[in-house]
Ligand binder design. Structure first.
Ligand code: MN
Length: 489
């Protein structure tokens, strides 16, 4: 099931005032309507012109409507004319959804031959947008500003990205993670303050004893398993004759999916290889296939990665996004091989995945079935980690390049990805370690770097970026500055 965004609405609010007379206001409304519908056709969501605001009461009424509309994920604001910004204060203080200040204009070029003061008064976004921007800055809002002509392809692409972020923020409020165990043994970085995440990001993380899942597993019928096996046969190559082992994974998948739906709509799943009482195998193929259906997954109790993965998968349209783990380096060629015990999402598959059965070196369970494949290539990808710094969550976003395996790895019994770090191998690793970035990440070749930074801003999170411009000394200073800022707050 792919969750689409097109049914989600972004309201377009235009700022003006009564000073210019009814004729100008008619033009303002007509232009806004035309611009919003042009933009809407090119967005992943629906953009609707709501109203032209001319007074504080009108802004308040509009924002109340925006807040109350469950389908609305945010607003685009724009000032066609000048709009005294004191009128926005009350309404903006009430706004509960992301906002993009679109610094655009109805006309692209100036009408050099005919321009007069009537034109100047009717078309003064440059003037009005600055007045509006001041009051937003004064209110310390975490909004997005996009400047550019509304028909320009690059501008539209950036606006589409922001729409995805706004949808992600709203989706995040609905994320529920089902956790079939606590944290793995003494691992530190996968820990975190669940209440803080619930307050700040909307994530509800609930624990269930694995025995509750076992009850569901026991109720799965042979017919249900047959149907799941037929689905596997369509999507994957069966490269094992141990069919019973594969059927066991099918049973887990059906049970987990049903459990998550019946217990209140969980979209994130967390398990732990050391806490599988009543299961013969570590869920491998089951978790991989569930990720391909949009579930976020966190291994070894890592609920942060499960929830972050669910949000990023939604933003990505369930493409090329999922749990990853920095595993082992090729230090000579500056590469990292990322993988996991089993649970790499088939969204990363560069070719048709094979279902294989191999022993699992640790955990003391039966040989589990898993999907094995070589990962995709992608020149622009990101690795994202969320860590709890004690007084806030920190989001770390690093640019990486997904590359082809330089050699075949015939004995590697798991799916993997290989990548190069930005800005280079040593700086990329050192910066990540200085920032406290985890070994579990969500990697995506569909959600962009700018989108993740915007998402962090919309969430009000500290965001640490590692890209082609990162220099270690500057980077370390930026971490010190961030710490001192948070220490004050
Ligand atoms: Mn792990």
């Amino acid at each position: 099931m792919v969750r689409t965004m097109k049914e989600k609405v972004v309201y377009w609010l235009t700022g003006s005032q009564t000073l210019y007379g009814a004729d100008v206001l008619e033009h303002v409304a007509a232009h806004s309507e035309e611009m919003a519908s042009y933009v809407s056709e090119r967005m992943p969501v629906t953009v609707k012109y709501l109203t032209t605001c001319k007074s504080s009461d009108e802004v308040v009424a509009a924002i109340k409507k925006v807040n109350a509309d469950d389908n609305c994920i945010g607003i685009i604001t724009w000032c066609h004319t000048f709009s005294p910004a004191k009128m926005w204060i009350k309404g903006l203080k009430m706004l509960q959804k992301p906002m993009c200040h679109f610094a655009t204009q109805y006309n692209e070029k100036l009408p050099y031959d005919t321009i007069d003061m009537d034109f100047m008064n009717e078309n003064q976004a440059a003037h009005g947008d600055r007045e509006f921007g001041y009051i937003v800055a004064r209110l310390r809002m975490d909004n997005k500003v996009i400047a550019g002509y509304y028909k320009d392809e690059k501008t539209l692409k950036r606006l589409a990205s922001w729409c995805k972020v706004a949808a992600g923020v709203t989706f995040s409020e609905t994320v529920k993670v089902c956790r079939f165990s606590d944290n793995m043994r003494d691992v530190a970085v996968t820990e975190g303050d669940k209440i803080d995440a619930h307050i700040g990001l909307g994530w509800q993380v609930d624990y269930y004893p694995v025995g509750d899942l076992v009850e569901y597993i026991e109720q799965v019928t042979e017919e249900e398993i047959d149907a799941q096996m037929a689905e596997y046969a369509e999507k994957y190559t069966m490269a094992t004759d141990r069919i019973e082992v594969v059927r066991e994974q099918a049973k887990y998948e059906i049970a987990m999916d049903k459990f998550c739906k019946e217990k209140g709509g969980y979209i994130g799943i967390v398990d732990h290889f050391g806490s599988l009482h009543g299961l013969n195998q570590l869920p491998g193929l089951a978790i991989q296939d569930l990720q391909s259906k949009g579930y976020g997954f966190g291994a070894e109790g890592d609920w942060k990665v499960a929830a972050l993965g669910a949000v990023m998968q939604y933003m990505a349209g369930q493409q090329k996004t999922g749990l990853m783990e920095d595993y082992t380096y090729d230090m000579a060629d500056g590469l990292c091989l990322g993988a996991h015990m089993l649970e790499v999402s088939p969204q990363f598959a560069g070719s048709k995945p094979e279902i294989q059965v191999h022993p699992l070196g640790i955990g003391g369970k039966s040989d589990p079935a898993r999907l094995v494949f070589e990962g995709i290539e992608a020149p622009e990808a990101i690795a994202v980690s969320m860590v709890d710094m004690g007084n806030r969550m920190r989001l770390i976003v690093q640019k990486i390049e997904l590359v082809k395996y330089p050699h075949k790895m015939p004995k590697l019994p798991v799916a993997g990805l290989m990548w190069k770090y930005q800005p280079d191998f040593t700086t990329g690793i050192e910066a990540w370690i200085y920032a406290g970035g985890a070994h579990h990440t969500v990697v995506s070749a569909a959600v962009t770097f700018e989108e993740m930074v915007d998402l962090a801003n919309a969430w009000g999170l500290e965001v640490v970026t590692i890209d082609e411009n990162t220099k270690i000394e500057e980077f370390k200073r930026s971490l010190i500055v961030a710490d001192s800022l948070y220490a004050k707050a």
